[in-house]
Write a protein that binds this ligand. Structure first.
Ligand SMILES: C[S@@+](CC[C@H](N)C(=O)[O-])C[C@H]1O[C@@H](n2cnc3c(N)ncnc32)[C@H](O)[C@@H]1O
Length: 313
């Protein structure tokens, strides 16, 4: 897509989302290059426990996880981001063959994949820029022909889906992985204060990340959002077991998206992200509905975060 062109699929989605009674935009629109860089900053924040907790589980149980995945692995990572976590896996796997990172944020992905390629000379790295909520073809590469695939979906990105979407994603992933296993990171229900702090950091990085969606959409779908007229809001919705992020319109205003007009009242919000928190039993039940059996589960000492090795039922 050249500068000035509009992404037609994104436009359709954005227009539909802003037409809902509760205006809603998909969290995938956070991720242009700047959004990906801001998410990297979030991962280093003292309040943002998920990244360091999941990395801790991978470090502590790495050898066991490596053995469970087995030799000659071909890893397909959904929403790979800066491909940091896969390094821990690659270091414990016996002769991993190939790595296929999938991400919607193409420039960021290609840069991270090139660095990984240089660091692991024996590994074939095949980055795929794409939307993992849509039908997605893996590259036609000899190393993937007939290979046993293992999925990797860390970061509790699964929590960004509504429960029925999460189940649908798990079913799609089962088809993409052609009978292979899936190693998936899932954030767990915990003290609301810990959750609240993680999405309302003192340095305001999560606020900047949330507001960056508007700047991204201004380019992606020719909108005219003024980020100074919106504010970040994140809170735990205990009834639905999820953090919700919203952008709050600070005044009555009109916004145009590719010429279509949307009115906001003062205080009206756009819902930009859900981050569902699961119990171990709740997640196992949802995976089972999507055709997976939980082979292994690993947690940190506080049971804040979990890694599950799912195998086709
Ligand atoms: C919460 S971050 C997790 C990043 C990394 N996997 C980790 O665990 O640190 C979500 C990642 O998924 C990507 N992403 C979000 N929605 C996506 C979609 N629909 N299709 C493909 N990638 C997506 C984002 O660009 C981002 O890199």
């Amino acid at each position: 897509m050249s500068d000035g062109d509009i992404d037609p699929d994104a436009l359709t989605e954005v227009l539909a989302g802003l037409s809902l009674p509760q205006k809603t935009l998909s969290p995938k629109f956070f991720y242009d290059a700047h959004g990906s860089a801001l998410f990297e900053e979030i991962m280093r924040l003292p309040e943002y426990y998920p990244t360091r907790t999941e990395l801790g589980i991978l470090r502590q149980h790495g050898p066991e996880i490596g053995r469970a995945i087995g030799p000659d692995a071909v890893i397909v990572e959904f929403g790979a981001g800066n491909v940091e976590k896969i390094r821990l896996l690659l270091d414990v796997l016996e002769q991993p063959r190939a790595f296929v990172p999938i991400d919607i944020s193409g420039d960021h992905l290609n840069e991270a994949a090139a660095a990984l390629d240089a660091a692991y000379p024996g590994l074939t790295v095949l980055p795929v820029t794409g939307d993992f909520t849509k039908p997605l073809a893996l590259p036609e590469h000899p190393v993937l022909q007939g290979a046993r695939l293992t999925g990797f979906f860390p970061g509790s990105t699964i929590g960004n889906f509504l429960p029925d979407e999460a189940e649908a994603f798990l079913a799609t992933a089962r088809a993409v992985l052609r009978g292979g296993d899936l190693l998936i990171g899932v954030d767990l229900v915990k003290d609301e204060r810990v959750l609240h702090a993680a999405y309302n950091d003192a340095a305001g990085v999560t606020a900047a990340f949330n507001l960056n969606m508007l700047t991204h959409l201004n380019r992606l779908v020719r909108a005219d959002f003024d980020p100074d007229r919106f504010e970040h809001r994140a809170f735990y919705n205990a009834e639905l077991g999820r953090i919700e992020m919203h952008l709050v319109s600070t005044l009555g205003q009109i916004v145009q998206v590719d010429g279509q007009v949307f009115a906001f009242t003062a205080g009206e919000t756009i819902h930009t992200e859900c981050s569902h928190k699961y119990t171990l039993a709740g997640f196992a039940a949802m995976s089972a509905k999507a055709g997976w059996r939980t082979a292994r589960t690993w947690c940190d000492a506080k049971s804040w975060f979990s890694l599950h090795l799912l195998t086709p039922a």
